[in-house]
Design a protein around this ligand. Structure first.
Ligand SMILES: [Mn+2]
Length: 430
């Protein structure tokens, strides 16, 4: 398999920290053993955990005010995959890449697929884009896409989604994620019922073109770019649409797409209870859809979400929603942020495995609020870093991905190989 960081060098880098990791791991094993937890079974599950990287995440993001490009930013989808391969190599938790079309449209899909496969990468859910106009496009999305009042615009948006599915099939993807910014900025601007009816008709048309082994994921978002009303603004609208559309049409939860302080872990439980929770976009936020790094603001919320997911998997071990990081990296090296964030999501997952579910159930049944919340905190407060380090070490990754990446000199090398085009502002999502 092709690797952009030399395996021997990586092993030498790990060797300096290996003895400390083994010592920490053994100490944690002893501690968990006292609670009847076998650390090796947790380690195996940690090694199985994966979260997809968004192709657009490896470029520097920006705000609606400005974008400050980083050095050596990828200039095309092949260079994006180079960066994704480094993230996977060092973190060993991100073997899949999620593409955004048309940003990542390849001239030759089979060439792109082979390019990914040489790194051991594959393609996760495909993302369509009808929230901006594309060059040469007949109709404009200024006043909406799948929900537009004009049938010709809706048909164009439907055709785009079907096209993305056809491309995704050639790339080995198994899902289409649909997010539309359709909505209104003023009371009275849009007829709520009519716009939702248009949405349902449009996504049903896309759904009918899906291959049998594909899922369609509907992503809701409370506001922005529409500031008064958004057609798919919440999990309720998403659930209704998914239910109306079909069995393989599911809701996707982006953590940043809710009002502040909304109980997202309960949304997770509700959607899952009725078989409609299909996937996640992980990120964190303080004020709105900030797209900050996962776990950087509210790691306890991330843990509580995984606590629900692990609870679901106790009932149904085969349950496996689509996981993706959806972040905008404005002030960090995107490769570092994505490696660090993948580990934060993996950390929340691992901690959720340590919750004593029998004890929690008993406390809930007995209305012992104190001990119920303490049983969650007991798992959350444990430092599981040795498990994550051991998982990476055994899988051939880096014990400490960020320090290893910095020592490798990868960014300096690509900065030389990828001179910035002064006329291009590059990728990035706001
Ligand atoms: Mn998202």
């Amino acid at each position: 398999m092709k690797q952009l960081i030399d395996q021997n060098w990586l092993q030498e880098h790990n060797a300096k920290q290996e003895a400390a990791v083994i010592s920490d791991y053994n100490a944690l094993a002893e501690k968990l053993e006292r609670s009847g937890i076998k650390i090796d079974t947790i380690l195996e599950q940690a090694k199985q955990f994966t979260v997809a990287v968004p192709s657009w995440g490896v470029g520097t993001g920006g705000t609606r005010f400005a974008r400050f490009p980083g050095k050596g930013e990828p200039r095309n989808i092949f260079e994006k995959l180079d960066d994704c391969s480094v993230i996977q190599l060092l973190s060993q938790a991100t073997p899949a890449v999620s593409l955004h079309i048309p940003w990542d449209r390849p001239k030759d899909p089979s060439e792109l697929r082979q390019y990914a496969e040489q790194y051991g990468l594959h393609f996760d859910a495909m993302n369509s884009n009808t929230f901006q106009d594309q060059i040469g496009q007949e109709e404009s999305y200024k006043f909406g896409s799948l929900t537009h009042t004009n049938k010709a615009v809706r048909e164009q948006a439907i055709a785009h989604n079907i096209d993305v599915v056809e491309l995704g099939q050639k790339l080995g993807s198994k899902a289409l994620t649909v997010w539309v910014g359709d909505g209104s900025n003023f009371p009275g601007q849009q007829h709520f019922k009519n716009s939702f009816t248009h949405y349902l008709d449009s996504i049903k048309a896309v759904y009918n073109s899906l291959p049998d082994d594909w899922n369609m994921l509907l992503e809701h978002k409370i506001f922005e770019p529409a500031f008064y009303s958004t057609v798919i603004q919440d999990w309720g609208s998403s659930y209704l649409a998914a239910k109306e559309t079909g069995e393989r049409c599911l809701s996707l939860v982006d953590l940043g797409h809710h009002a502040p302080n909304v109980n997202i872990e309960m949304i997770v439980s509700r959607l899952a209870q009725f078989g409609k929770l299909g996937g996640f976009h992980f990120n964190d936020s303080k004020y709105g859809d900030d797209d900050l790094d996962s776990g950087s603001i509210n790691p306890y919320q991330l843990f509580l979400i995984f606590n629900e997911l692990t609870d679901i998997r106790v009932q149904d071990p085969s349950y496996s929603p689509f996981y993706m990081l959806d972040q905008s990296h404005n002030v960090t090296d995107p490769v570092e942020s994505l490696m660090y964030s993948a580990a934060e999501v993996q950390r929340a997952f691992v901690k959720s495995l340590l919750v004593d579910r029998n004890a929690l159930t008993q406390y809930q049944e007995a209305n012992d609020a104190m001990m119920a919340q303490a049983s969650l905190k007991q798992a959350y407060n444990l430092d599981v870093e040795p498990i994550l380090q051991m998982a990476r070490l055994q899988a051939g990754g880096a014990i400490d991905p960020v320090s290893c990446y910095r020592a490798s000199g990868y960014r300096a090398a690509v900065a030389k190989a990828r001179p910035a085009d002064p006329n291009k502002t590059g990728s990035g999502i706001v």
